[in-house]
Design a protein around this ligand. Structure first.
Ligand code: GLA
Length: 384
């Protein structure tokens, strides 16, 4: 990774440098995919309870990230205030509720005078106030509420506000993970992003369809060089458990983990099926996402149309993660070659991370049948 990116990783928000690097644990739960603007205190609290009882918290989903529509304008002193009809106990109390359950508190604002929901989701203009021009005050307010994560959307706003908010958050002295959405391809140089935030969206909003998952994956893959410990490409909230097939859900989850994207569940975890929960809590796949090297996998080979071999190195010596991604509608025999795809010759032992099974030791490579719209995820350890 270029030196300037590594340095930039340590300068985003407040807190000790250890806390900032560890920010790779920013997995959690987002709001928008399932609920859009429909958010209230009881919903957040019952969801937080479900994260704990389902075992998701202990699998690493720590950040409960409120999205848009929690706010209700500013008070007479210019302070951003919460929507008390939706959150009668207020934001500080919500933060206490989450912290008491070992969770972290995420909140949302925008680099415009209004938030995205005012522009696209009919949230009243008088309520949906953004932070443009109030970055210092709002960062202070968030710190007072003991917020741990800020999602900062551009919402056709002013991109200069991203740096202003970064500096304002840093000035609070609180360790706050800073997530941005520059609404890509406007006037931000991608190489500046790791210095600007801990994470940044790389594509428009995701939908629960196979084609949306693939187009988001392809959009983010071009920015692999930007990812590293403490700074990641954000492939958007997960659509696992929202209507795709279990195979598609597993492939989607696998690729987000391979890409070291934050894993932010976007389903209603209070009513998720056993299958959805098993996908979201596959610790062996989550470990690929959280690997200390922070590397984002790259496409090594396309052995036929839609038959892709993705790989990355892991922090353990001689260890790689490999995904055989079958984007096609037919079951296909797929193959990873140690030399062509991973750069070594000799033997390697294989573990299948969805089957939770060791498959043995293989010279030169490994072949397996991969069903339509699905992925086989392998941990490969070079043995000689
Ligand atoms: C934008 C973002 C979404 C969500 C909405 C909220 O569309 O990309 O993730 O935060 O705004 O209005």
């Amino acid at each position: 990774m270029p030196r300037f990116l590594r340095r930039a990783a340590h300068c985003v928000s407040g807190g000790s440098s250890r806390e900032r690097r560890r920010a790779h644990a920013a997995n959690g739960l987002g709001w928008w995919n399932s609920f859009r603007c429909k958010v209230n205190e009881r919903l957040v609290e019952s969801t937080a309870d479900a994260i704990v009882t389902s075992g998701m918290r202990d699998a690493g989903y720590r950040y409960v990230i409120l999205d848009d529509c929690w706010m209700a304008g500013r008070d007479a002193h210019g302070r951003l205030i919460e929507n008390r009809q939706r959150f009668p106990s207020g934001m500080a109390a919500l933060g206490r509720y989450l912290h008491a359950r070992g969770l972290k508190f995420g909140i949302y604002s925008s680099a415009n005078t209004v938030t995205c929901a005012v522009i696209w989701d009919h949230y009243p203009k008088t309520l949906g106030t953004g932070s443009l021009g109030h970055e210092v005050d709002d960062a202070r307010t968030f710190a007072t509420w003991n917020v741990d994560y800020v999602k900062y959307d551009r919402c056709i706003g002013d991109t200069r506000s991203f740096a202003t908010m970064r500096d304002a958050l840093r000035k609070t002295g609180r360790a706050i993970v800073y997530s941005t959405n520059p609404e890509f391809a406007f006037n931000i140089d991608p190489r500046a992003l790791p210095g600007l935030a801990n994470l940044w969206r790389i594509a428009p909003d995701i939908f629960p369809t196979w084609s949306s998952v693939l187009s988001t994956l392809d959009a983010g893959s071009q920015y692999a060089v930007l990812a590293g410990p403490g700074h990641w490409n954000d492939f958007d909230m997960l659509e696992v458990g929202r209507g795709m097939t279990p195979a598609e859900d597993r492939a989607h989850f696998s690729m987000w983990a391979m890409e070291a994207s934050p894993l932010i569940a976007g389903n209603d975890v209070r009513s998720q099926t056993v299958v959805t929960k098993a996908i979201l809590t596959n610790r062996e796949v989550i470990a690929l996402d959280q690997d200390a090297r922070g590397e984002q996998a790259v496409l090594r080979e396309e052995t036929g149309p839609g038959l892709q071999v993705w790989a990355k190195r892991l922090s353990e010596k001689n260890t790689y993660a490999v995904v055989l991604l079958n984007r096609t509608g037919q079951r296909r025999l797929m193959y990873v070659d140690w030399y062509y795809d991973l750069g070594f010759s000799g033997s390697a032992s294989i573990r299948d991370l969805w089957q939770h099974a060791d498959k043995g030791s293989f010279a030169r490579g490994y072949a397996t049948l991969v069903p339509a719209h699905s992925a086989t995820v392998l941990k490969v350890v070079r043995t000689k």
